[in-house]
Ligand binder design. Structure first.
Ligand code: ADP
Length: 202
């Protein structure tokens, strides 16, 4: 794909529990932005299907799903949204939450997306993350959030696989935001970073 025909994308990065999902859901209400959370795409798969079962076999242990499969599921999802008219690449900027998470995913996606900006939601205190995720497990259907050892594993996987991705991206594109603030303050900081890259045409 040429740069002009690639999907324009903003990447959201941060530890599990940093508030990506909360912020993504709010931003998803804006015209021009289409929020795609990889965890949600996986959770929407039929749990009885082969892919659905494969997803659960990794996620319930806190592991990442293999890269090729992840990007294939993502691409199929985007193709489906294109066919249904939900996604129009001329009009929407994709807000990618939870993908890419490994350097191989960055490479596989580089053929498909043009990264406009990277939002990094940072939190220093890991205990804040663990408490937030345990709280979320009570409210939603997230078996991977209920168990503290699985949560710790996901934090470890984030540090081992995803933090290096952030280091390898064009540093000029990255905006670091303190995610240990009230949600509205985090939203304000994200909005400041996005205002110049997301087109205002509606
Ligand atoms: P969290 O950010 O809280 O870990 P997500 O909802 O983003 O949770 O993802 C849930 C699970 O889905 C992950 O633990 C992993 O198994 C799988 N997953 C999501 N995104 C990816 C990805 N980009 N690559 C591989 N696996 C993924």
């Amino acid at each position: 794909m040429t740069k002009a025909s690639k999907y324009r994308a903003v990447l959201l990065f941060g530890y599990p529990g940093c508030g990506k999902g909360t912020q993504g859901a709010v931003l998803a209400g804006l015209p021009n932005l289409l929020h795609l959370a990889m965890g949600d795409i996986f959770r929407a798969l039929d749990k009885q299907s082969d892919i659905g079962r494969e997803f659960l076999s990794y996620s319930t242990k806190g592991f990442l799903v293999p890269d090729e499969l992840t990007v294939r599921v993502w691409k199929q999802h985007v193709d489906g949204l294109t066919v249904s008219g939900t996604y129009n690449s001329d009009y929407h900027v994709l807000l990618l939450d939870g993908i890419p998470r490994t350097s191989i995913q960055v490479e596989l996606l580089s053929e498909l997306i043009d990264v406009l900006c990277v939002i990094h939601l940072g939190i220093d205190d890991q205990q804040v993350l663990v408490e937030r995720l345990k709280g979320r497990a009570l409210k939603s259907d997230r078996p991977d959030d209920a168990d503290e050892s699985v949560i710790r594993k996901r934090i470890e996987v984030y540090e081992a696989e995803t933090m290096p991705v952030l280091g390898a991206l064009d540093q000029q594109l990255i905006t670091n935001i303190n995610a240990d603030q009230p949600p509205l303050a985090v939203l304000r900081d994200i909005a400041d970073a996005l205002v110049s890259v997301v087109p205002s045409r509606i």
